[in-house]
Design a protein around this ligand. Sequence first.
Ligand SMILES: C[S@@+](CC[C@H](N)C(=O)[O-])C[C@H]1O[C@@H](n2cnc3c(N)ncnc32)[C@H](O)[C@@H]1O
Length: 192
Amino acid sequence: MKLLSDQVSEREIQIILRELATTTAVEGDVVEFGCYVGTTSVHLAKALQSSQKRLYLYDSFAGLPEKRTEDMSPAGEQFKTGELLASKKELIRNLKQTGVPMPRIKKAWFSELTSDEVPHEISFAFLDGDYYDSVRDPLRLIWPYLSACAVVVVDDYANEALPGAAKAVDEWRRTHELRAFQVEASLAIMKL
Ligand SMILES: C[S@@+](CC[C@H](N)C(=O)[O-])C[C@H]1O[C@@H](n2cnc3c(N)ncnc32)[C@H](O)[C@@H]1O
């Protein structure tokens, strides 16, 4: 399937799907924070189409929020407030075109989501909000609901243009125990 945007690479999609497959027997649903036009979502939805697991997608559909100090990098000047804006309509159109069952889609800033708006058993999460707060807020929100042996994949961990993502992950790892942690392409893979 042709990628819908350049926000993830073919290799990253393969890694994400490989990690998703390791959680098939883990209880819980699948979440993506920062779904944009659905480049990754369509692959997640396809992989899950014959499973009982439901897919939940979250995005502001208003693009990136403001940067904070942690996100500043000379390499990342192109990332500005409001960049990477996709409409919910566009996402739905892309999902429909691939013929997958429609995921649950929630338009919100991650900081405004409450625990009632995420599944209470999660086996796999893909976090792709680019910025420090946009990674840390979903980690805080979903951590109590991650099943044993769940996997959380965070994009842009190894991306010097978006240093906030790695800062949020590294801070989190200092205070939260993981079974394993690895980095492949620009992805951080956190195994509970
Ligand atoms: C890099 S794009 C995501 C790419 C997507 N995963 C894909 O595969 O196409 C980042 C997305 O995160 C969203 N986003 C970033 N920070 C957010 C926040 N704090 N709250 C809600 N949405 C946010 C942006 O609107 C944007 O759509």
